[in-house]
Design a protein around this ligand. Structure first.
Ligand code: SF4
Length: 90
């Protein structure tokens, strides 16, 4: 019984830790809709009038392509990291 309780607590702790440490992708204002990010990471970005991160995009599985998109954005508006929104990006 005690082993079960410990395992449940560990799983709960792991879930919260993963949620907190999840990397995020955001598009800050200034996108010129060039389409470069969608070209290199079509699983993550969708460009219409502006670039958007696709709902439910698998960020972890596409990390390399996201970094390429960040580095290739001509106006530098793609932010990627664990603490995007707190002005701290990896
Ligand atoms: S690469 Fe940058 S400017 Fe071009 S569509 Fe993507 S976010 Fe917008």
């Amino acid at each position: 019984m005690n082993q079960f309780v410990v395992r449940v607590q560990y799983t709960w702790y792991q879930f919260i830790f993963r949620l907190i440490s999840m990397k995020k992708v955001i598009i800050t204002p200034g996108c010129i809709a060039c389409g470069a990010c969608e070209f290199v990471a079509p699983e993550v970005f969708e460009v219409t009038d502006l670039s958007r991160v696709k709902p439910g995009a698998d960020i972890a599985a596409n990390e390399a392509a996201i970094i390429e998109a960040v580095n290739g954005c001509p106006v530098g508006v793609i932010r990627y990291g664990e603490e995007v929104g707190d002005e701290h990006v990896d």
